[in-house]
Design a protein around this ligand. Structure first.
Ligand SMILES: Nc1ncnc2c1ncn2[C@@H]1O[C@H](COP(=O)(O)OP(=O)(O)OP(=O)(O)O)[C@@H](O)[C@H]1O
Ligand SMILES: [Mg+2]
Length: 383
């Protein structure tokens, strides 16, 4: 078992900086999710760790070993790719066993001379293949060829090929991207269980924040080659360091209102959004003091906006506004409302019992304890 440590890791493709000075410590047995939009450098990062891409600058450690100059096959890593390919002419069993045979079995003429030893190795390979097949529920399918499998079954075989190697570290690059929504959720749960059982350090790449939130012990959010924040799912959700992370994590995404002015009235700061005015809760006042008479970005998550009739927080003149309901989308246990308030469009996720109707007005209240406020220039979080 081993952790992975990246120090100042950088990759340049001519003028493109794909990965920019990444420092990241993945703990032994941890499941770390690397998430970010398309093109932000996730795959490049994994490929450098696997040894498939040369490092421009920086260091990669697996356990305590610096592996920059270690060849991919000696890094004790197994990678599952975005576009995996199974050997089409081989059965599931042979797909699983192929890599092990290549690695473990000596050439045929040595095998002839050392029959007993070769037999033991073959038995060991067989045991590992069958254990992996059992774990991934592939036992019934071992004799089939890839074209006789469903997409999800093929995906499991691809995972199996990595698992059967019993590596120190798993690198997974969007391994569920070819699955339909339902199978994705199922396989996701299976992967988590598998990780619990095997405890192998895993770096899992996705651009899907829901996947990141549900799977990661910790999540590293990446943008333009730069790690923005590394934290637990809840840590990222509650304390995003900047606007990018705030909007990236959470669904529906956080509302961020621009041109909101901080004003002071009788020594108390308010957020003045022209159409409405909100009183800043006491614990945020100190941080906002330097912003009085300046503009900020006001962030509020859809689930922190309540239908006043059903609010779980006390509604007051200082946290309640009148809004027009533009769109109403029932989701089952909640209703998503697209609201118009003055020049702003807001998304709210309210209790399904809400009587709000399209084209009517309603009162909503903000849970300001949960508000996020960002500096408009740096977009860093103030509170
Ligand atoms: N071999 C290459 N030559 C030149 N540029 C490359 C090469 N590989 C990747 N890039 C560039 O590096 C950046 C990062 O690419 P990368 O594949 O790591 O992104 P990603 O985060 O995995 O995206 P996706 O979610 O779409 O898979 C992109 O701008 C990409 O165009
Ligand atoms: Mg990629």
């Amino acid at each position: 078992m081993a952790g992975v440590r990246l120090v100042g890791l950088t990759k340049r493709f001519r003028e493109v900086i794909a990965v920019n000075n990444v420092n990241l410590e993945v703990k032994d047995r941890e499941f770390l999710v690397l998430v970010g939009p398309s093109g932000c450098g996730k795959t490049t990062c994994l490929r450098m760790i696997a040894g498939l891409e040369e490092v421009t600058e920086g260091e990669i450690y697996i356990g305590d070993r610096l592996v920059n100059d270690v060849s991919p096959k000696d890094r004790d890593i197994a990678m599952v790719f975005q576009n995996y390919a199974l050997y089409p002419h081989m059965s599931v069993y042979d797909n699983l066993a192929f890599g092990l045979r290549l690695r473990m079995l000596p050439p045929w003429w040595v095998r002839l001379l050392q029959r007993q030893q070769a037999r033991e190795i073959a038995a060991n390979i067989d045991r590992r293949v069958r254990e992996t097949a059992h774990m991934l529920r592939l036992e019934e399918l071992l004799h089939r060829k890839p074209k006789q499998l469903s997409g999800g079954q093929r995906q499991r075989v691809a995972l199996g090929r990595a698992i059967v190697r019993e590596p120190k570290v798993f690198l997974m690059d969007e391994p569920l991207s070819n699955l339909d929504a339902k199978l994705r959720v199922q396989t996701r749960a299976e992967l988590i269980k598998l990780h619990r059982r095997l405890g192998i350090t895993t770096i899992y790449v996705t651009h899907d924040q829901v996947e990141a939130m549900t799977m990661g012990d910790r999540i590293a959010v990446m943008r333009d080659g730069v790690i923005q924040q590394v934290d637990t799912p809840l840590g990222l959700y509650e304390h995003p360091r900047n606007r990018f992370v705030a909007e990236f994590i959470g669904s529906p995404q956080m509302n961020v209102l621009e041109n909101v002015r901080v004003i002071s009235q009788d020594g108390v700061p308010y957020l003045d959004a022209q159409a409405f005015r909100l009183k800043v809760p006491p614990r945020h006042r100190e941080a906002l003091a330097p912003y009085v008479n300046r503009e900020v970005l006001f962030g509020i998550r859809p689930e922190d906006i309540y239908d006043r009739q059903l609010a779980l927080i006390p509604a007051t003149a200082d946290n309640t506004v009148r809004a027009e309901v533009d769109v109403r989308e029932p989701m089952g246990s909640t209703v998503i409302l697209e609201l118009l308030v003055g020049p702003y469009k807001l998304t709210a996720s309210v209790d399904a019992a809400s009587q709000a109707r399209e084209a009517e007005t309603m009162e909503v209240c903000f849970d300001l304890e949960k508000a996020h406020i960002f500096d408009p220039e740096t977009e860093e979080a103030i509170v």
